[in-house]
Design a protein around this ligand. Structure first.
Ligand code: SF4
Length: 421
């Protein structure tokens, strides 16, 4: 196993424009370019896919790591190292007869025999005890603007120490971080970063927040809550960027440990969730309702994929459901798709489609509807729903104006929902 770098962009919330070619929540500077031709046309089974992807992936990672310097004195990990330092007993599972276990972390509910792993690849049954293999195992660490997650109503302009491990509990055909989400722990370089180090590295990098992002935080739930606790003990904020595919009990617990959660609402269609995500719509809707009730703050992202989830009726139904079940003041981001992973055949989302989605959601009564992945678009700004003046102006991920004072519009004193510095 090889060491990985921690990278930070020169960034100032009011003066230095953040690179405009960054996408929302795409891992920065991964430095991996895997030929997709062998796997893009027809999804293969996971074993075949990983066989095709692993060797070039490892070679590319090695190239990156060779030109990177170990950061902050953390030791590199050897390829043969025992995984004991990353292994903790899972928190949400039950033991079944015959040394089998059933995982209760996400709705997939994997039943796993001894010696096997769950669907997410990072949980393993060893002799009847179920383990996470990725506690403190960080495969990506970057300093990102909070707007990149995206959070638009949560301390605008701050930067977040953004961490990921490998693995995911779904397989979105459009995944923009698939190089890490579809891998096993032993297939990618990593860094041992226990919770106390997360907090101190965030502070060293002048990040007032820690973000668990890029891949799915649910699958390393034990580490996320432990590291969030360590960060918050040091006066930092902790945020999670999730697909919402998590069971109710771990979700409620997660809400108590973090300051904000962004959840993907990838479509308002059970068929789309089944065929494009390999997930389930109803569990996401349940997670959104619970998170809205239990979390300190929540925002929603809807990635609009041409021809697959971009119909007027679906936008209308989605907006109507959000208003009825979550309220009209939860921020929603309609973000632009870029051809990736198994959907290289589709074009990027036309900006007009995102504008149409926003118009429908506005007309349905939602108050904070944003367009994402279109740097400089006026719908990336926040406007007061009462006096309609510009409150927060953004240029890509950079905040260039902020007229919110003590949580209110500076001009008409209307209360703007969110958590403000
Ligand atoms: S978290 Fe992983 S092991 Fe557990 S049910 Fe979900 S996919 Fe299966």
């Amino acid at each position: 196993m090889q060491d990985i770098p921690i990278t930070a962009h020169a960034y100032s919330s009011l003066s230095s424009p953040y690179p405009q070619d960054e996408w929302i929540d795409r891992v920065s500077d991964l430095g991996i370019s895997i030929p997709l031709s062998a796997i893009a046309a027809a999804p293969t089974d996971r074993r075949t896919f990983l066989k095709a992807a692993t060797l070039p992936c490892l070679a590319a990672c090695a190239a990156v790591c060779l030109r990177s310097k170990p950061a902050h004195g953390l030791a590199a990990l050897s390829a043969t190292e025992d995984d004991a330092q990353f292994r903790v007993e899972a928190r949400f599972y039950e033991k079944l007869p015959g040394k089998t276990v059933r995982c209760h972390l996400c709705p997939r509910g994997c039943v796993v025999a001894s010696g096997e792993r769950g669907h997410c690849r990072i949980r393993e049954n060893r002799g009847g005890t179920y383990y996470s293999l990725v506690h403190s195992r960080v495969c990506a660490a970057h300093v990102d603007p909070i707007e990149k997650k995206p959070f638009f109503h949560f301390h605008p302009g701050i930067v977040a120490f953004s961490l990921a491990t490998v693995g995911c509990n779904v397989t979105c055909k459009f995944c923009q971080n698939w190089e890490i989400s579809q891998a096993k722990p032993e297939e990618l370089p990593a860094r041992y970063m226990p919770p106390a180090d997360v907090a101190s590295l965030a502070k060293q990098n002048q990040c007032p927040a820690v973000a668990f992002t890029y891949s799915e935080p649910t699958v390393w739930n034990e580490f996320v809550t432990d590291a969030a606790d360590a960060a918050r003990d040091q006066g930092l904020k902790a945020v999670v960027v999730s697909n919402g595919f998590i069971q109710q009990e771990p979700l409620k617990r997660l809400c108590r440990h973090v300051d904000a959660i962004k959840i993907d609402m990838k479509a308002f269609s059970a068929k789309y969730y089944r065929e494009v995500v390999d997930g389930e719509l109803q569990t996401i809707l349940d997670a959104l309702v619970t998170t809205r009730k239990e979390a300190k703050w929540m925002e929603i992202v809807h990635l609009v994929v041409p021809t697959l989830n971009d119909g007027d009726a679906e936008f209308h139904d989605l907006a109507k459901w959000i208003k009825a079940n979550l309220g009209n003041d939860v921020p929603i981001h309609f973000t632009r798709f870029h051809p990736m992973f198994l959907l290289k055949n589709l074009p990027p989302t036309p900006v007009e489609t995102l504008e149409r989605a926003k118009a429908i959601a506005d007309a349905a009564g939602l108050q904070y509807v944003y367009v994402g992945n279109v740097p400089g678009h006026p719908a990336e700004n926040t406007y007061c729903p009462q006096c309609h003046k510009l409150l927060i102006e953004r240029a890509g991920f950079t905040v260039t104006q902020n007229h919110i004072r003590k949580g209110k519009c500076e001009y008409c004193q209307h209360l703007i929902p969110g958590i403000w510095s």
